[in-house]
Design a protein around this ligand. Structure first.
Ligand code: ADP
Ligand code: MG
Length: 391
């Protein structure tokens, strides 16, 4: 059995992870590509404790560190498992990979496309997302097999989008471009006309991941050579219905899992060399700086002054409204390199993590009980009566 299956001994209806922090920041240090001859090319990045990383003479407190020897399975254990617990408990959860270009965000999130094929030889390279769904689906299956009397049924549906040049494009239906964001009180943020696909097996998920990732702005063949120039967001909505003993329905829980693979700025962007910037680069830089600004404001502003925040100034922050300060438990995976030439990017990534840690997220269990439904039905009836009277 794989690590994911071994971990799946707990039932799907796991105990709510109540003492979990709403925001976690984890650092992953990527292995160096070219071994430096005399060590001059290496900068000092050290894991000084399980929850601290030091770069140069600066130390950062975080919630976890994956050093350059950490495997993809280690990454899943640290960030994937808690995410599954939270999602099954009814919380919205997000994983956001942030960091300079080439530091391993895409690698951590998805792994190589070839590794997603279940029997592939580079299975060990599979990223967090395929591992999460393998674990999730085997838990759901176990719960249904082990306690059929509880009658919990699950339904999962996925969508996949890309934010490129301030446009939201559907990665599952590439003809659908420049989609609009809608916001409503009940469901929060919603992208209009975005394709939703129902999934129930690991094969379904892998197929969707491969389809979506090969539609992103950088093709599969160049993905490992040239980094992507768009932000990619994969969302899965899990609905769980529990049937009561008497009259059928007793409660329903809905949780949304959001995986965000951000495009990173290139080295010279961070060093301020503003030459030859393409439209694509300008949009990218702008969306990242708006993300940074919003995180700054949210981490500094006291609760009472949080009306009218600049979410809508960029598609990225708008579509991530729940993840950034809202109803979601979120993990930021800050990916860094220990190479000397990356040092300003490394520092700015860690500073981003430090501020992101202060985001005021408040996640609630998204549950509707039989009583809630009955209450709402009563309310609807009353409103209808009133409407008829006033006509
Ligand atoms: P990013 O998405 O941050 O721009 P990538 O994930 O595309 O970076 O990584 C750049 C290259 O480095 C890819 O070829 C990737 O496979 C490799 N890489 C990144 N992290 C690791 C790692 N932890 N182990 C092995 N290879 C890695
Ligand atoms: Mg990438």
């Amino acid at each position: 059995a794989t690590a994911e299956e071994d971990h799946a001994t707990a039932t799907a209806a796991a105990a709510p992870a109540d003492n979990e922090p709403s925001v976690k920041v984890v650092v992953r240090v990527r292995p160096t590509v070219s071994r430096p001859v005399d060590g001059k090319d290496l900068w000092f990045v050290r894991k000084t404790a399980p929850d601290a990383v030091a770069v140069g003479d600066r130390s950062f407190a975080v919630d976890g560190v994956l050093d350059d020897r950490a495997s993809q399975a280690d990454a899943f254990d640290l960030v994937g498992l808690p995410l599954i617990e939270n999602a099954l408990a009814g919380f919205n959860t997000s994983l956001v990979c942030y960091g300079q270009s080439g530091t391993g965000k895409t690698h951590t999130m998805w792994g190589p496309l070839g590794a997603m094929v279940d029997s592939g030889s580079d299975h060990a390279d599979r990223g967090v997302v395929p591992r999460v769904f393998q674990n999730l689906f085997s838990r759901i299956q176990r719960t249904q097999e082990s306690s059929p009397e509880k009658h919990t049924s699950y339904q999962c549906r996925c969508s996949f989008l890309e934010v490129h040049n301030e446009q939201i494009n559907d990665l599952l239906e590439p003809s659908q471009r420049d989609l609009q964001i809608r916001e409503n009180a009940g469901n929060g943020i919603h992208v209009e006309n975005l394709t939703d696909e129902y999934v129930s097996t690991v094969e379904d998920i892998n197929q969707i991941l491969m389809k979506g990732l090969s539609n992103r702005k950088v093709g599969t063949t160049s993905m490992n050579l040239k980094s992507s120039r768009s932000h990619v967001i994969f969302t899965c909505i899990i609905e769980a219905w529990s049937k009561g003993s008497s009259n059928g329905f007793s409660s329903s829980r809905t949780s949304r899992i959001t995986f965000v693979d951000l495009a990173g700025p290139e080295n010279d962007d961070l060093d301020g060399a503003a030459k030859n910037r393409t439209k694509e680069e300008r949009h990218l830089k702008k969306s990242l700086s708006r993300l940074g600004k919003l995180v700054n404001i949210l981490s500094e502003t006291p609760e009472s002054q949080k009306d009218d925040l600049p979410y809508e100034q960029s598609r990225l922050t708008h579509v991530l409204k729940d993840t950034l300060g809202g109803n979601s438990r979120v993990t930021f995976l800050c990916s860094i390199s220990s190479e000397h030439r990356c040092r300003s990017g490394t520092l700015s990534t860690l500073r981003f993590g430090e501020r992101a840690k202060l985001l005021p997220n408040k996640a609630v269990i998204n549950e509707i009980s039989e009583d809630d439904v009955n209450g709402l039905s009563d309310q609807i009836r009353q409103l209808k009566d009133e409407l008829i009277r006033t006509k």
